[in-house]
Design a protein around this ligand. Structure first.
Ligand code: TEU
Ligand code: CA
Length: 545
């Protein structure tokens, strides 16, 4: 059908360049490091690499603060390195997706340097400047995601500028058409270099209207995205994914509906946010609730069944490690990591793998605030301690949910620094690298890595995985996730236990019958019986027709 797109069958692998592989011993991952691992990624079978930001940046937020959109950060390499990466990846059938961070720039971007100089310059309206409140304080109560007021006073001009993230990330003024056309021009410049898509940072924020206290889903948000589509990537056969923490099934249909001409899909975070404490947010996560997770996944699967498209992910560079959050990283690390992979990769949508997930990397047991590097964690540490929290309590929360869990260096081998760098890594390596590393995983047939490789391969040979209709079963079961995918006469049945003990379940009679096991994390299961005894974290997918 004409509505089939190449990225429906793609699997995306996210690289956080700073932490992937350091080729020159300065302790920072770089583009040549990535180039040297393209064979690894080809072997794994991924189609697209999403590169977290590689542009020139003061690195206040590890590159999400850009000071030159059309150059590479010197610590990562050069534009020649980038072109080499695109070309060598393309030779291996892999496309490069760039991270487009256009809600804000760095305060070192020449636009902002000029903008803050005086009230009357051609870049003043590139950012969001407001008069102080009558008492001299911030114009309103808007808060930054990283804690504290979203406004900082510029003393020279006696106005405040808006920054929804760090003070060094001033928000661009999307209401200004000159801002939008500069950005579109920049995007076209990258598209001409042969990239296959964009991941769009906090894209739900660009329609903000501070006078109305609106941050996400502003009245012009979708006009801007449609304009961007038309002016840039709409002319290319590329994939786009918008990061939208505010997305609901209804808004996701607006972003990704076929007739909308906006984005291919969005990242939605409902399953992440619902696990957070109402007051303390992610710094005090609630116990994992499978019934809730199943209901959220199911709701999204059904809402985007006929129009729009889902993204599928357990982790990224802002989230804890999947196996630590949703599985059991102590006694059943391998089993639970494989189970999670089956659950995610058999759903309808585009799976995203965050670097290290394919070898079951875990959260990092930091013990002191000096070990963290993340601007959000460091800000929140200060604010929470001011509010009376003990350092130990803060570290407990940060080690469960903090962003640096995902940012420790990729564990390649048993060699010093896990083979990441011959120098001193910018952030400590997880000490468990002697057991958990890519070299060991590739050498072992039964590893998590080979399991991911199989799952990626299955997607290429079974259309039911890409297009089958989703239906869930045993919704109220607290430990088991059962769903089916159906396409024509093919039926895929997925059964997954989230429990660290053996478990006996009664299967719905409609699902009982013989089939072929496509993937499992214990022995092969070629039949759905009326009663199944599941081993700890056992999971399998059976195809019948
Ligand atoms: O993340 C957006 C974002 O909202 C996260 O910072 C999130 O709110 C936070 O981790 C939850 O506590 C994007 C990027 O993915 C992130 O790395 C950037 O720091 C942020 O935008 C600003 O560019
Ligand atoms: Ca380096």
């Amino acid at each position: 059908s004409s509505s089939i797109r190449w990225w429906h069958s793609a699997v995306v692998y996210q690289i956080y360049p700073r932490s992937f592989l350091d080729s020159n011993g300065d302790g920072i991952g770089d583009l040549q490091g990535i180039i040297s691992k393209l064979d690894y990624l080809k072997q794994l079978g991924v189609d697209v690499i999403w590169l977290s930001p590689i542009y020139r940046s003061p690195m206040d937020d590890n590159g999400y603060d850009i000071s030159d959109y059309q150059d590479i950060a010197p610590e990562f390499g050069t534009l020649d390195d980038f072109d080499q990466l695109v070309a060598e990846a393309a030779d291996k059938g892999i496309g490069i997706m760039l991270d487009l961070v256009v809600n804000h720039t760095s305060d070192a971007h020449p636009w902002f340097v000029e903008s803050r100089r005086n009230r009357k310059n051609r870049r003043r309206d590139f950012y969001i400047w407001r008069e102080p409140a009558p008492d001299g304080g911030p114009p309103n109560a808007m808060q930054s995601s990283f804690g504290g007021s979203a406004w900082t006073l510029n003393e020279e001009t006696n106005q405040y500028y808006l920054h929804l993230f760090s003070t060094r990330q001033p928000d661009l003024n999307w209401e200004n058409p000159a801002v939008r056309s500069e950005i579109y021009e920049m995007m076209n410049w990258w598209l001409a270099r042969g990239i296959v898509g964009f991941r769009m940072d906090v894209i739900d924020h660009i329609g903000k209207q501070v006078e109305k206290d609106i941050i996400t889903d502003g009245p012009h948000l979708h006009d801007f995205i449609q304009e961007m589509n038309k002016a840039t990537f709409g002319r290319h056969d590329v994939v786009t994914v918008g990061e939208a923490w505010s997305a609901t099934p209804a808004s996701a249909l607006v972003y990704s509906g076929k007739a909308r001409h906006e984005l291919s899909m969005v990242f939605q975070f409902e399953h992440v946010i619902r696990q957070w404490d109402e007051t303390y947010g992610k710094w005090r996560p609630k116990p994992f609730d499978l019934v809730q997770l199943k209901s959220i996944f199911g709701k999204w699967q059904l809402a985007l069944a006929h129009d729009g498209w889902n993204s599928l992910f357990w982790g990224n560079h802002d989230l804890p490690r999947a196996v630590s959050r949703y599985g059991n990283s102590e006694g059943y690390r391998v089993e639970s990591a494989k189970m999670l992979a089956i659950v995610l990769h058999m759903l309808k949508g585009t799976p995203y793998i965050f670097q290290g997930e394919e070898i079951g990397m875990t959260n990092m047991p930091f013990t002191s605030i000096e070990q963290y590097r993340d601007v959000e964690t460091l800000n929140m540490h200060r604010l929470h301690l001011e509010a009376g929290l003990s350092p130990e309590e803060f570290i407990r929360g940060a080690n469960e949910s903090g962003r640096d869990n995902a940012r420790t260096p990729m564990q390649w081998a048993r060699s010093p620094n896990a083979g990441f760098s011959t120098g001193t890594p910018w952030i400590e390596v997880n000490p468990n690298y002697l057991a958990i590393n890519a070299e060991a995983a590739i050498a072992e047939d039964a590893s998590i890595w080979h399991h991911y490789r199989s799952l990626i391969g299955l997607r290429k040979s079974h259309p039911v995985i890409i297009y089958g209709d989703y239906q869930s079963w045993l919704d109220q079961h607290p430990y088991v996730y059962v769903y089916t995918r159906t396409l024509g006469t093919d039926r895929l049945t997925v059964v997954a236990s989230f429990k660290s003990d053996e478990l006996i379940i009664s299967m719905p009679s409609e699902l009982v019958g013989k089939g072929v096991c496509l993937v499992s994390n214990y022995g092969a299961m070629n039949e759905v019986s009326a009663t199944i005894t599941l081993k700890p974290f056992e999971a399998f997918a059976i195809l019948s027709n």
